[in-house]
Design a protein around this ligand. Sequence first.
Ligand SMILES: CC(C)(COP(=O)(O)OP(=O)(O)OC[C@H]1O[C@@H](n2cnc3c(N)ncnc32)[C@H](O)[C@@H]1OP(=O)(O)O)[C@@H](O)C(=O)NCCC(=O)NCCS
Length: 184
Amino acid sequence: MSQLLIEQLEPAGFSDFLRYLDDHLSDNGRGDTAYFQPLPRDASRFPADKAEAFQAGLRTPLGTSGWRRLWVARDADGRIAGHIDLRAHPERHAAHRCLLGMGVDRDFRKHGLGSRLLAHAAQWARDAAGLAWIDLQVLSVNTPAISLYQRSGYVRTGEIPDMFLIDGRHFAYTSMSKRLDSQG
Ligand SMILES: CC(C)(COP(=O)(O)OP(=O)(O)OC[C@H]1O[C@@H](n2cnc3c(N)ncnc32)[C@H](O)[C@@H]1OP(=O)(O)O)[C@@H](O)C(=O)NCCC(=O)NCCS
């Protein structure tokens, strides 16, 4: 796993990334995998309108409304093993903060890639982008992700009970934040 290389994804590589993401999302709520995205089990692919906004964000200058940056980890054959992305908050006057999303392919989990991706994104956010905070939201049932975030310095800031009603089930939504200081 140590040979996995993390690189920033340029807009030209986006269709390759979408194929990986749709495959990743097909696990949502299935088998022993908990729900990790607020999407119904039978519609667990990236919505087309969101994909368009995602791709547009990669071309949007940092610091302007709607910016987004994406990193992927690839194995020696170029296969995407995991991803992490940072994006602007939609609110005004929150340009010192960003929002995070991530995932690791089912074949590459529990080898430390999630931790590596989080460290990579935090370093970029602090050193290259000059941001002060990273925020995220995660389904409260997603305990593997929540424990990973806690180990990486994210602190729970709240929970909205019954945020989503999906496939007849009620899901709470947990908010977490990490302050980017000189220790990263
Ligand atoms: C949550 C997720 C990103 C974690 O990714 P990961 O690469 O498995 O993360 P890590 O390997 O860094 O850590 C996961 C666990 O493996 C353990 N681990 C890390 N390296 C290990 C190794 N070499 N040997 C054994 N265990 C190891 C970690 O200690 C951690 O243990 P824990 O579950 O008891 O806390 C991944 O499970 C995932 O993509 N899930 C579905 C999508 C998702 O939930 N996305 C985030 C919310 S939207």
